[in-house]
Design a protein around this ligand. Structure first.
Ligand code: TYM
Length: 344
């Protein structure tokens, strides 16, 4: 047996305020991958509770991310959509990975440092071990490709290190089980397009984020047309006109951000956007961007709201997806147990 067929896995945390960054950096790319790959898309509720979540909000947010997946065009019949906690193998494999990953590797994770801040003695153990669970999410399906935004790059590198170390640590039993080139593939991050890192509307050097206290810093997927237009109008910019070449956006983070967002929404390159709008003032460009954003996001927000009125439907999608996910993860985890030496 050689390496598994290509398979896509990715996840989004149900922590509220799903925003334009999540949409352009991840969800639209999930939609695109469906054409060419078998895809598994997961609402990662186990990850969400690494920081305390109100149980009722967690359930609401889990359904809302699911609604966003479906409204954006993910096909839950051809592909698999489910919430992580319904497939126990994620947590089981994560434990094994806790014993494979090295403390020194996790100590380097910048996202942990950012999230823990000065209070690192007081955050959950789960927040620290988070990247091991992420590796398990991907590898429990032996997934090969992972579309994510730029902020997940380091976590993906760690997933590759874990896969590699597992393959080395258990090389003999892996070979005995009939796998010639190792058991886990080294998952490949897919980080591409003009909006891999959408920035805050209030500060072009900070990532657009769910947890920013200012709602004006981001466009939420559930914002209405008026809110979308207002936030773009108020977005921070510099006083200069747009350049005609991408090079002219260096050192202009706010301008680069708005142009990148336009290009991603329009499905074109930044160079193409600048061919059209080079020389334009923000007083011209912002209204055009607002119209495009409303045109693209408006129907998605409306469809999400419509779906959220029928929670039974969403829950049924998640349950069916979980069953299908278990059917893949179960046999892979059984192989892992054999390889590790657990009596079955
Ligand atoms: P999360 O929930 O923070 O974000 C979901 C996806 O959105 C991307 N993203 C962005 N992209 C561009 N600009 C931004 N400002 C921006 N903010 C967020 C993220 O890169 C991500 O792709 N750890 C992951 C979830 C996860 C996962 C996985 C992903 C858990 N297990 C396994 C891939 C594979 C996270 O917290 O994403």
């Amino acid at each position: 047996m050689t390496m598994p067929a290509p398979r896509v896995f990715s996840g989004v945390q149900p922590t509220g305020n799903l925003h334009l960054g999540n949409y352009l950096g991840a969800i639209t790319r999930f939609v695109d991958m469906q054409e060419s790959h078998d895809c598994i898309y997961c609402v990662v509720d186990l990850h969400a509770i690494t920081q305390w979540q109100d149980p009722r909000e967690l359930a609401h947010n889990t359904r809302e991310v699911t609604a966003a997946f479906l409204a954006a065009g993910i096909d839950a019949e051809k592909h698999i959509v489910f919430n992580q906690s319904q497939v126990a193998e994620h947590a089981q494999l994560a434990w094994i990975f806790n014993c494979v990953a090295r403390l020194g590797w996790l100590n380097r994770m910048t996202q942990f440092k950012e999230k823990a801040g000065k209070d690192s003695e007081n955050v959950s153990v789960g927040l620290y071990a988070y990247p091991n669970l992420m590796a398990a999410d991907i590898l429990v399906y032996r997934a090969t490709h992972v579309p994510v935004g730029d902020d997940q790059k380091q976590h993906l590198e760690l997933s590759r290190d874990i896969a590699q170390k597992f393959n080395n640590d258990f090389a003999q039993t892996i070979r005995e089980a009939g796998y010639k080139d190792g058991f886990f593939p080294l998952p490949e991050p897919l980080i591409a397009g003009p909006a891999t890192r959408v920035m805050s509307f209030k500060d072009g050097t900070k990532k657009m984020s769910k947890s920013d206290p200012s709602d004006l810093s981001r466009i939420n997927l559930t914002d209405d047309a008026e809110a979308i237009a207002r936030k773009i109008r108020k977005a921070r910019t510099d006083p200069d006109a747009l350049p005609s070449e991408p090079d002219g956006l260096k050192e202009r983070p706010e301008a680069a951000n708005l142009v990148g967002i336009f290009a991603a929404l329009q499905g074109e390159s930044v160079a193409d956007t600048l061919k059209t709008y080079g020389g334009a003032q923000f007083s011209t460009f912002k209204p055009v961007l607002a119209d495009l954003a409303v045109e693209r996001l408006g129907p998605i927000g409306a469809e999400m709201n419509r779906m959220m009125a029928d929670t039974a439907y969403i829950d049924a999608v998640l349950q069916t997806g979980a069953q299908r996910a278990r059917a893949i993860a179960g046999p892979i985890y059984e192989e892992v147990k054999k390889i590790v030496g657990f009596i079955r």
